[in-house]
Design a protein around this ligand. Structure first.
Ligand code: PGA
Length: 311
């Protein structure tokens, strides 16, 4: 293999990630012919084709895929090095790439505020997606840290639980079941439910509970947003099963209440995860320590006993 330059690798990495020379050119502020020339020179140096064109679509060849994986490693290592150097100079600097599950959106952005104030040199890139989307990002190693509820089993990932995530049954305060004690799951199944979309962790946990009780869920509406579900409950479309965090993030939600249903709350925990053996950047390790310390305070917001007794 002939020598390759970092510039060629950067251009190739962007073209491979976008599957497009045009979009790579836009991202790197280059012209499209410049991208083509760089990829051509790299192809020559490697001695094998890196892309193949089928119709109008661009695909990586086997050699291209190997080179893409290697270039991602190179750039990740370089960005870690940059952060380590900044750390040696006494500055916490760099980008924190965080991927969080939809429901964690209720507390993570609030925690990021004080974190960014404490470390003004750190920029944050925050990706929000549902459980399924997050697992994809995790297996592709696209981010530094991941926050999700159900950690995948096995030894491939380091997972640290840091906060409770109870799932509760939510109804409008004027619902006939509001204030009733020990409602059976069969009785709940008679009510129309507004549930999160397939692929959501909340949905999966609720389905498991119904399945274990041998009861069919009566799903009237699927919605991809916790906030839209709360509005639909208020609109009288039905009840829902959501994380308790969706109610308490900005104080109480006075028009909604938690029902006392058998099997609830479903006990879940938030986990901080990353691939086992991944060397965390200085910035990511700083955020991990911050999150684990701050989540203790957040946990004090969740007094479920009081919720189940008082509502
Ligand atoms: P979700 O995940 O936002 O995909 O429902 C939350 C959870 O897994 O508890």
């Amino acid at each position: 293999m002939k020598p390759v330059t970092l510039h060629q690798l950067r251009v190739f990495e962007a073209a491979a990630r976008h599957n497009s020379f045009t979009r790579a050119a836009e991202e790197l502020y280059l012209t499209q012919p410049t991208v083509s020339i760089q990829v051509k020179q790299l192809t020559k140096a490697i001695g094998m084709p890196l892309f193949e064109q089928v119709g109008k679509k661009l695909f990586l060849t086997d050699a291209g895929r190997e080179l893409y994986a290697a270039s991602k490693d190179v750039f990740e290592r370089l960005s870690q090095l940059e952060m380590t150097m900044a750390d040696l100079q006494g500055m916490k600097q760099g980008t924190l790439r965080l991927a969080v599950i939809t429901t964690a959106n209720y507390f993570i952005p609030r925690l990021l505020g004080p974190f960014c104030q404490e470390y003004p040199g750190i920029n944050v890139s925050l990706q929000v997606t549902n459980h399924e989307g997050l697992l994809e990002r995790l297996s592709d190693n696209q981010d530094d840290l991941y926050i999700l509820s159900r950690a995948p089993s096995g030894k491939d990932y380091a997972a640290q639980p840091f906060l409770d995530n109870p799932l509760v049954v939510i109804a409008p305060i004027n619902h006939p079941l509001a204030g009733k004690k020990e409602i059976s799951i069969q009785r709940l199944a008679e009510e129309p439910l507004i549930m999160r979309e397939q692929g959501s962790g909340t949905r999966e946990a609720a389905e498991k509970l119904f399945e274990a009780a041998g009861v069919q869920m009566n799903v009237k509406l699927d919605l991809g947003s916790n906030e839209a579900i709360k509005q639909a409950i208020l609109g009288g479309l039905g009840l829902s099963i959501l994380s308790y965090h969706t109610l308490t993030s900005l104080g109480e939600t006075p028009m909604l209440t938690v029902l006392d249903v058998e099997g609830f709350p479903i006990h879940r925990q938030w986990h901080l995860m990353y691939p086992q053996g991944k060397q965390l950047s200085v910035v990511a390790a700083t955020f991990r320590d911050y999150l684990l310390a701050e989540s203790k305070k957040l946990g004090e917001d969740i007094n479920l006993d009081q919720v189940m007794r008082g509502r």
